[in-house]
Design a protein around this ligand. Structure first.
Ligand code: RFL
Ligand code: PHB
Length: 389
């Protein structure tokens, strides 16, 4: 089989790229290791920057999102007895959109299927060959049968545990990583959100986040130990702990219910450089990970796709390679800023095992500065709504 762009990974990055390319008449094949139901079963991001929303529009897949998403003009931050709001629209003229990654992925799958887009599910043993030459190809097997896909370019959109990044030799690849000594325990419940805006809450018992998907679907997280497993937490224990980490005015109003999903994610900052090796381009979680505190993971994946899509478009439409040649440089420039924001917001609101009394005073001083200083709030808001592409 032959295609123009072989895309490894059928998560949001791979699907969005495939859909955008299709609209410009550029062919692609998506190889996904799992099934569609498996991919749709992963509960992940909830907050989209307007840059992401614009890309969904450009990809022609924004109809349901326009109807069902919610605009958020600000967020609430609390830290022990300190509580304040940050008004994104007032400070930046922009907002964010609440629309779950599951829905984004579902819309993209629907669009790819409606256009006969080629997605090969259950692709196993994906191997990337000759990416540093002129005629790259990908091998994979489905139900024991080996296949070969020849292509012009390969987009590695296969997430943090994929094969694409590992294909780049260690002599070329440099990785930067920070592991945090805690995870997030997340619960999805069919209950109304406790507040109309998200609440990011630092407390002496650890961080908590109150988020949502719609009027009757809430997403809550609490900082937990890396040794915890979701089974260690009954629903009752989760709600009890969440209430102790948010201000009383919210805890008193919290509507609890059965969890319909419960999972733990470790927190990590990670970047690999470069994001291009020959004809292989890394996108999204395959190249970088942020702790979820800044809601930046999916949004940085989208900015990668923006740069790569435009580079490929330039290449096929105008025979111009400037966009793909500068892909890694442009993507990384934006990513490092999102890494910094995610890292600093994580440091601001989480409890760390070795924090001493001085460290806690520093955290409180940082929070107070953010509460009292309009410029500091503006910096936070610019980062949260998304830096320009
Ligand atoms: P994905 O979603 O991991 O998709 C990669 C796909 O590749 C497939 N794959 C392979 N296919 C073929 N061959 C192989 N060898 C393969 N290896 C893997 C996988 O099966 C999968 O389908 O990466 P992608 O597309 O780059 O998307 C990235 C986002 O999923 C991720 O950044 C976000 O979910 C991060 N994130 C958030 N991002 C935000 O922008 N806003 C948020 O509010 C937000 N909240 C979150 C988050 C991530 C979380 N977790 C669980 C890590 C909240 C949480 C709790
Ligand atoms: C979510 O709703 O899943 C969510 C929202 C904001 C974050 C992280 C996760 O910062």
């Amino acid at each position: 089989m032959r295609t123009q762009v072989a895309i490894i990974g059928g998560g949001p990055s791979g699907l969005l790229l495939s859909q955008l390319l299709h609209r410009k008449g550029i062919e692609s094949v998506v190889l996904e290791r799992k099934t569609k139901d498996y991919v749709l079963g992963r509960i992940r991001a909830g907050i989209l920057e307007t840059g992401f929303v614009d890309l969904m529009r450009e990809a022609g897949v924004s109809d349901r999102m326009e109807k069902e998403s919610f605009i958020h003009d600000g967020t609430v931050i609390t830290y022990e007895d300190t509580q304040f709001g940050i008004n994104f629209s007032e400070l930046t003229g922009k907002h964010v959109v609440v629309y779950g990654q599951t829905e984004v992925t579902r819309d993209l799958y629907d669009a790819r299927e409606a256009m006969d887009g080629k997605i090969v599910f259950n692709s196993e043993n994906v191997g990337i060959h000759d990416a540093d030459g002129d005629a790259p190809y990908v091998t994979y097997s489905v139900e024991g049968t080996e296949h070969r896909l020849d292509c012009d370019f390969i987009a590695g959109c296969d997430g943090f545990h994929g094969v694409s990044r590992q294909t780049i030799p260690l002599t070329v690849r440099k990785e930067y990583e920070k592991l945090y000594p805690f995870g997030w325990l997340g619960v999805l419940s069919e209950t109304p959100p406790v507040h109309e805006e998200l609440i990011y809450s630092g407390s002496d018992r650890g961080f908590a986040l109150c988020s949502m998907r719609n009027e009757n679907l809430s997403r809550y997280y609490i900082q937990c130990s890396l040794s915890d497993s979701p089974d260690d937490w009954t629903d009752a224990a989760f709600w009890e702990e969440l209430k102790r980490r948010i201000p009383d005015e919210f805890a008193d109003q919290l509507v609890t219910g059965d969890s319909i999903e419960k999972s733990i994610a470790p927190l990590r900052s990670f970047v690999t450089e470069p994001m291009r090796w020959g004809r292989l381009f890394l996108c999204g979680d395959a190249a970088h990970i942020v702790p979820p505190t800044g809601a930046k993971g999916l949004n940085t994946a989208a900015s990668d796709i923006h740069y790569l899509y435009n580079g490929l478009r330039q290449f096929y439409e105008d025979g111009e390679s400037e966009g793909i040649d500068r892909y890694s440089e442009k993507a990384l420039a934006r990513i490092w800023k999102a890494e910094r924001f995610s890292w600093s917001t994580t440091n601001l609101l989480h409890r760390f095992p070795k924090q001493n009394a001085f460290d806690l005073k520093m955290q409180q001083a940082d929070v107070n500065f953010l509460r009292d200083n309009r410029e500091a709030q503006s910096v936070f808001a610019q980062n949260y709504v998304g830096l320009p592409y």
